[in-house]
Design a protein around this ligand. Structure first.
Ligand SMILES: Cc1cc2nc3c(=O)[nH]c(=O)nc-3n(C[C@H](O)[C@H](O)[C@H](O)COP(=O)(O)O)c2cc1C
Length: 160
């Protein structure tokens, strides 16, 4: 098997979008910046995310069984930085959000959100793959934020 450093180096060459995955436990919202997001099934609509089990968010998602994937717009880079660990407490102070079906935060201005109920969890090494049934989703116009080689990039491609 390859080493983790070789793996991480090769993964830097893989371009992704950037999301903030939110959840809610005992009325407290929590979120993390996450790029390991993919569509998993069309019928029924389902997606997958991979979450480090050492992340605080892991406990929120695994116990509440809900999460919402917020796809960030190019101008939301500051949110990506904030939810990647810069702010430990009161993460949502000063941040505009609404809720949809599950009650997990939907970040205003994200270009799409997918509100999910956890259908399955699979442990893979350090991470858990959560399969989410999409109970509600919505798209908005905007240009997506991307991540490549350790840096953020605005795709600069507008979608309606
Ligand atoms: C661009 C980017 C993508 C990330 N993708 C993931 C991911 O897919 N899964 C994950 O567990 N952590 C990912 N992280 C790391 C988490 O955002 C980070 O560990 C965060 O501090 C976890 O917060 P928490 O412990 O408060 O839940 C990513 C970070 C960045 C900057």
């Amino acid at each position: 098997m390859t080493s983790t450093s070789e793996f991480k180096h090769a993964m830097r060459h893989v371009p992704t979008g950037v999301t903030i995955v939110t959840s809610l436990k005992d009325g407290e919202p929590r979120g993390l910046t996450l790029s390991s997001f993919a569509s998993a099934s069309i019928d029924p609509p389902a997606l997958l995310i991979c979450v480090n089990r050492e992340a605080r968010s892991y406990l929120y998602i695994s116990s509440s069984h809900i999460f919402c994937v917020n796809v960030l717009a190019g101008e939301q880079r500051h949110l990506a930085e904030r939810f990647a660990g810069k702010v430990r407490e009161k993460q949502f102070d000063g941040i505009a959000y609404e809720v949809d079906a599950t009650g997990a935060p939907v970040l205003s201005e994200s270009i799409a959100h997918f509100d999910c109920e956890v259908a399955a969890e699979h442990h893979v090494g350090s991470h858990s793959i959560f399969i989410g049934h999409v109970v509600s989703c919505r798209a908005r116009s905007g240009s997506p934020l991307g991540y490549f080689n350790g840096g953020y990039h605005d795709f600069g491609i507008h979608v309606d």
